[in-house]
Design a protein around this ligand. Structure first.
Ligand SMILES: *[C@@H]1O[C@H](CO)[C@@H](O)[C@H](O)[C@H]1NC(C)=O
Ligand SMILES: *[C@@H]1O[C@H](CO)[C@@H](O)[C@H](O)[C@H]1NC(C)=O
Ligand SMILES: *[C@@H]1O[C@H](CO)[C@@H](O)[C@H](O)[C@H]1NC(C)=O
Ligand SMILES: *[C@@H]1O[C@H](CO)[C@@H](O)[C@H](O)[C@H]1NC(C)=O
Ligand SMILES: *[C@@H]1O[C@H](CO)[C@@H](O)[C@H](O)[C@H]1NC(C)=O
Length: 349
């Protein structure tokens, strides 16, 4: 009798252990960047009209965008569920901490999204702003929690310097790193300016390994800059103190052939996302380069691998409802960057 119940008990234990370990396996195995967009009536995460931080560039509704379906999609990973963003929990957990977004206007896109998300879950939270023109940094401090949420505008992460003969993009140095020291959460991004040419290209030469070139392949240059940046991470980031993220490559939508709609000349008039899990268009060369360069970094860096899921969101850009000119690079807010922040939230703690 007794040995019989022991057998039952150990049998039960085996079953429980098996279930638990398969649960743990699936949690570890879940790639939250693989999934698809699903309609969710509870979306968007905030109403743009009540977000005091939002800038005209991203406030598509205020700029006259008439359609609304693009606001109603939630990212659903295949293997797991994402925790919903809880601003109260966020503020409590990050009491006294600093989170800094460093990069071009796509970082500003994500930074403003995060501010709107925090504000909409805790509208009563007091805040103060500090704008530093010299450092090109803006910080909102949620004063009751001493949480700082900073944007450091920085196009290339590596330096651009003025020399006698012209402006040099220096792939070898990261002077701005002095502003990133001691920050608790760093979220970096750069890419969109690497392809600038002509009048809007803010450099005349590229320096690489001490040598000056008139130009070099931009994807290659980008890859080298990420390696240099990675050396800064290895030399300066205190592992216990700072968590480092890289935002990944935010895709643009200027050619409908990419998403199987050759007649579409841009994102203009796109009202719905692709509901598939894979994008028909080519994957971006810069993404492969980024992943390769990130492998050279010894300290932990988490890639916020938002490229594929954002590629499916041909409907998410301002088009004519941004600053006026056709914009299929940035994202409306509320919108796609809110999902980037939900993913960040799920990876932060
Ligand atoms: C945002 O709030 C305003 C004012 O309450 C409302 O008219 C509007 O429909 C809301 N927008 C969305 C997208 O829900
Ligand atoms: C504002 O930010 C700058 C740059 O980060 C810093 O030097 C300065 O002390 C800050 N001022 C206040 C009042 O926090
Ligand atoms: C780093 O974290 C570990 C575990 O949390 C802790 O034991 C250790 O004291 C920390 N080291 C420093 C330098 O803070
Ligand atoms: C869009 O991409 C296709 C395929 O790469 C190309 O043939 C076409 O010229 C592109 N259209 C525009 C407007 O650039
Ligand atoms: C993104 O798509 C590419 C193919 O275009 C694929 O190789 C890669 O695994 C995908 N990454 C994620 C995170 O889905």
């Amino acid at each position: 009798m007794e040995s019989n119940s022991n057998t039952h008990l150990s049998f039960l234990l085996i079953i429980i252990t098996t279930i638990l370990s398969s649960l743990i396996d699936s949690a570890i195995a879940c790639d939250m960047f693989k999934g698809n967009w699903v309609l969710d009536r509870s979306y968007p995460l905030y109403n743009e009209s009540t977000c005091p931080f939002l800038e005209k560039e991203f406030n598509c509704i205020n700029n006259g965008r008439p359609d609304r379906w693009y606001l109603k999609y939630r990212w659903q990973p295949h293997g797991c569920h994402l925790s919903r963003f809880d601003g109260q929990n966020f503020l409590e957990k990050l009491r006294g901490k600093t989170i800094m977004f460093v990069g071009d206007s796509l970082s500003r896109n994500q930074w403003l999204s995060m501010l709107c998300m925090i504000h909409s879950s805790v509208p009563t939270a007091n805040y103060a702003v500090n704008i530093s023109l010299i450092q090109d940094m803006t910080t909102y401090t949620f004063t009751d929690y001493k949480l700082k949420v900073t944007y450091h505008h920085n196009l290339y992460l590596v330096d651009t310097v003025k020399r006698r003969f012209g402006r040099v993009l220096n792939l070898d140095t990261v002077t701005a790193g002095k502003y990133w020291l001691g920050v608790d959460y760093l979220v970096f991004n750069t890419w969109h300016w690497w392809n600038r040419r002509g009048a809007s290209q803010p450099f005349d030469y590229i320096q690489d390994g001490g040598r000056i070139y008139k130009d070099i392949d931009r994807v290659v240059a980008f890859g080298k800059a990420i390696v240099t940046w990675g050396r800064w991470v290895d030399d300066n980031v205190v592992k216990n103190k700072t968590k480092v993220f890289f935002q990944g490559i935010s895709p643009s939508h200027y050619n409908g052939t990419d998403w199987g709609e050759p007649k579409a000349k841009s994102c203009s008039g796109q009202k719905l996302p692709l509901l598939t899990s894979t994008y028909p268009g080519a994957s971006l060369p810069a993404l492969a380069t980024l992943k390769k360069s990130l492998k050279t970094v010894k300290k932990p860096v988490t890639l916020l691998d938002i490229t594929n899921l954002s590629q499916l969101r041909k409907d998410g850009h301002p088009s004519a409802y941004g600053l006026g000119a056709l914009d299929c690079s940035h994202w409306c807010l509320a919108g796609v960057p809110d999902t980037w922040n939900v993913l960040l939230y799920n990876l932060m703690f």
